[in-house]
Structure formats: structure tokens, C-alpha cells
Design a protein around this ligand. Structure first.
Ligand SMILES: NC(=O)C1=CN([C@@H]2O[C@H](COP(=O)(O)OP(=O)(O)OC[C@H]3O[C@@H](n4cnc5c(N)ncnc54)[C@H](OP(=O)(O)O)[C@@H]3O)[C@@H](O)[C@H]2O)C=CC1
Ligand SMILES: C[C@H]1O[C@H](OP(=O)(O)OP(=O)(O)OC[C@H]2O[C@@H](n3cnc4c(=O)[nH]c(N)nc43)[C@H](O)[C@@H]2O)[C@@H](O)[C@@H](O)C1=O
Length: 312
């Protein structure tokens, strides 16, 4: 990407979008195109087409989406499939119509079958049933991958699909119900410490395993892939290491310096038992993450303390 190229970061106020914007700005990309959802609702096909027609972006990072944790996914099932389908369809089609040079679509590790062999290789896509709690969202993301493949097949478009593992970091969503596990635990341990609570409740059994990548590392990977990856196949982005939710809770508890007990609410869903990404394809391409989980949690906690945290 030329430093003066017109680069549209869709979802630039989100955790991932803001990290991509930070990375691009510090790398000297000085022609970024940014629109809030109030300025440009990506569910509005006409508004999206008019925006692409008038602004003519050359590169698109599609980091706008309806995003949430396991409970939000399982509660707002229709919203997660409808909003993600319509946003990606509008943006990917407009990118074709108005000759975008390259588009990077962000999926998620939940697209893989619930019981696929671990670690998850890109070729495992569509080889088995999905985890039910986030199936609507996963189907929308799989459709996004297929849209990029189809526009490459029919119109030779350089649209690539990037599959991140669970993410966390600056500007995460700290909503008590809708958030993902890591930000949820940061907030819950912090509030328990402030309120001198004797225990903190963790959802589920604590036995599922998850992999966590710091959002600013993902942003660096996205720019790297925008510059050096143009294959048809999706590509995983992660750390290649995972841990149990119980061990994650112990880690967050230590970072927040909370000294109470952990309780487990098994009425809440565990979701997929494990979804460790095979990141050998990405490593062979020449990129590897740099922020350790402990360092990243400390940075996220500092961000939580220093800024008015976001609830989405
Ligand atoms: N967080 C995670 O753990 C993971 C996220 N991902 C993927 O990464 C991408 C970004 O996720 P994340 O940064 O966490 O999400 P956030 O919820 O932090 O940000 C989502 C962004 O999407 C924008 N958006 C939502 N609806 C609309 C709309 N109708 N029109 C225009 N913009 C809209 C919002 O814009 P505004 O602020 O202006 O309203 C917001 O900036 C998504 O594709 C997600 O699926 C993948 C794996 C894990
Ligand atoms: C990125 C990924 O994120 C989601 O899938 P998920 O990884 O299952 O998401 P999660 O972070 O919400 O849960 C991980 C695990 O953690 C446990 N857990 C404990 N305590 C809390 C808690 O307080 N909040 C939450 N949310 N989970 C908790 C929870 O019970 C589960 O076992 C989907 O969006 C999916 O589509 C997707 O793409």
C-alpha cells in the first residue's frame, strides 16, 4: 500500500478498527477514510454505494461488524446474522463496483466446526457442525469468506479473508453481559476489588480453552497481510497458545490485584471446548505476534482505568 493511498477503515472506532487506524497513522499512511456508523450506516446499501462512488477508496479494512461475547451471540441471534450479512454484502459489493484495489475482510475463529481437530487449520472450514451459541454470527462470517472468494473467482478481485482468534485490548467492549470473557473479567475483578467483595463469579465451568491476541498485534498483522497476502484461501491470525478460562481468570485476578475467591456459574454456556488456531501459514509468511498475554492484560487494564470504558 502506498502511504498516500486512500485507505478506508470501516469500524475505525471499534477495538480492532481503532488499532488498525493507530497502526496506519504511526506508519505514515496519511490518507485515511473514516466514517462513524452515524455518518455511514453500513446496513444501508444506497448510502454505502454513494460513499464508495464519491470517495473511491483504494484499500478497505472491513473491521465494522455486530460483535459480542457468547451470551450476546446467543441472545441476539437474528441481529448477529442479519447485521453482519448486510454490512459485509454492501461493502464487498461496493468494493467491486467501485474498483477497490484490495479489501481485507475480518472473520473469526468461531467459523470452524465445534469439534474440529486442534489446532484449527484453514482447510477445516465447513467440515462439521458449528457451535450453536454463535452459529448465526459464524454463518454470516462464513458468508463473508465465500463472498470474497466468489468476487475473486468471477471478477478477479483481490479480496482477502483474515480469521482472528479471540481479541482484547485498547477500547474493548466492557458491557457486563454483551462483552467477551477477558474484558468482562477485567471489569468484574476491578469492581469486586473496589467493593471489597469476597468472591467473583465466572461463567461456565472454567474448563474451556481460549487463545487471546492483543488487538494492536492483530492490527499490525492486518496491515502486513494487506501488503503481502493475496491468496484465495482464508488465513488464521493468532498466538498459537491457549489456556483454560480458569487459568485466564487467575491471570486477570493477579493483574487487577484482587484477592477474593473464584466461583463458577455453570448455568452459563461454556461454548466451544477449544478453538486454538494453527498459525503456521501466517508464521511461514513472516509475521508473529509480539505482545504476551500477561503484558497485554496489563495494558488493557491500564486503558480500562485511564479512559471511560465503552459498553456496546
Ligand atoms: N473482539 C473479538 O474478540 C473478535 C473480533 N473479531 C472481528 O473483528 C472485527 C472488529 O471487532 P471489534 O473491533 O471487536 O468490534 P467493536 O464492537 O469494538 O467495533 C465494531 C465497529 O463496527 C461498527 N459498526 C457496527 N455496526 C455498524 C453499522 N451498522 N454501520 C457502520 N459501522 C458499524 C461500529 O462503529 P461505531 O463505533 O461508529 O458505531 C464499531 O466501530 C469484527 O469483524 C469482528 O467480527 C474477530 C475475532 C474476535
Ligand atoms: C471471539 C469469539 O467470541 C465468542 O465466542 P467465545 O470465545 O465463546 O466468547 P466469550 O469470550 O464470550 O466466552 C469464552 C468463554 O469464557 C467463559 N466466560 C466466563 N466468564 C465470562 C464472562 O463474564 N463473560 C463472557 N463473555 N464469557 C465468560 C464463557 O462461558 C466461555 O466459555 C463469540 O462471539 C464467537 O462468535 C467469537 O467469535
Amino acid at each position: 500500500m502506498d502511504k498516500h493511498a486512500t485507505v478506508y477503515v470501516a469500524g475505525h472506532r471499534g477495538m480492532v478498527g481503532s488499532a488498525i487506524r493507530r497502526y496506519l497513522e504511526q506508519a505514515g499512511y496519511n490518507n485515511l477514510l473514516l466514517r462513524t456508523s452515524a455518518e455511514l450506516d453500513l446496513r444501508n446499501q444506497r448510502a454505502v454505494a454513494d460513499f464508495f462512488a464519491s470517495e473511491r477508496p483504494e484499500y478497505v479494512f472491513l473491521a465494522a461488524a455486530k460483535v459480542g461475547g457468547i451470551l450476546a451471540n446467543n441472545t441476539y441471534r437474528a441481529d448477529f446474522i442479519y447485521e453482519n450479512l448486510i454490512m459485509e454484502t454492501n461493502v464487498i459489493h461496493a468494493a467491486h463496483q467501485y474498483d477497490v484495489k484490495k479489501l481485507l475482510f475480518l472473520g473469526s475463529s468461531c467459523i470452524y466446526p465445534k469439534m474440529a481437530p486442534q489446532p484449527l487449520k484453514e482447510e477445516y472450514l465447513l467440515t462439521g457442525p458449528l457451535e450453536s451459541t454463535n452459529e448465526p454470527y459464524a454463518i454470516a462470517k462464513i458468508a463473508g469468506i465465500k463472498l470474497c472468494e466468489a468476487y475473486r473467482d468471477q471478477y478477479s478481485k483481490d479480496f482477502i479473508s483474515v480469521m482472528p482468534t479471540n481479541l482484547y485490548g485498547i477500547g474493548d467492549n466492557y458491557h457486563p453481559e454483551n462483552s467477551h470473557v477477558l474484558p468482562a473479567l477485567i471489569r468484574r475483578f476491578h469492581e469486586a476489588k473496589e467493593a471489597h467483595q469476597s468472591s467473583v463469579t465466572i461463567w461456565g465451568s472454567g474448563t474451556p480453552k481460549r487463545e487471546f491476541l492483543y488487538a494492536d498485534d492483530l492490527a499490525e498483522a492486518c496491515v502486513y497481510l494487506m501488503n503481502y497476502y493475496s491468496e484465495r484461501e482464508l488465513i488464521n491470525v493468532g498466538t498459537g497458545e491457549d489456556l483454560t478460562i480458569k487459568d485466564l481468570a487467575e491471570l486477570v485476578k493477579d493483574v487487577v490485584n484482587y484477592s477474593g475467591k473464584l466461583m463458577f456459574d455453570t448455568s452459563k454456556p461454556d461454548g466451544t471446548p477449544r478453538k486454538l488456531m494453527d498459525v503456521s501459514k501466517l508464521h511461514n509468511l513472516g509475521w508473529k505476534h509480539s505482545t504476551s498475554l500477561e503484558k497485554g492484560i496489563s495494558k488493557a487494564y491500564q486503558d480500562f482505568l485511564q479512559h471511560t470504558y465503552v459498553e456496546r
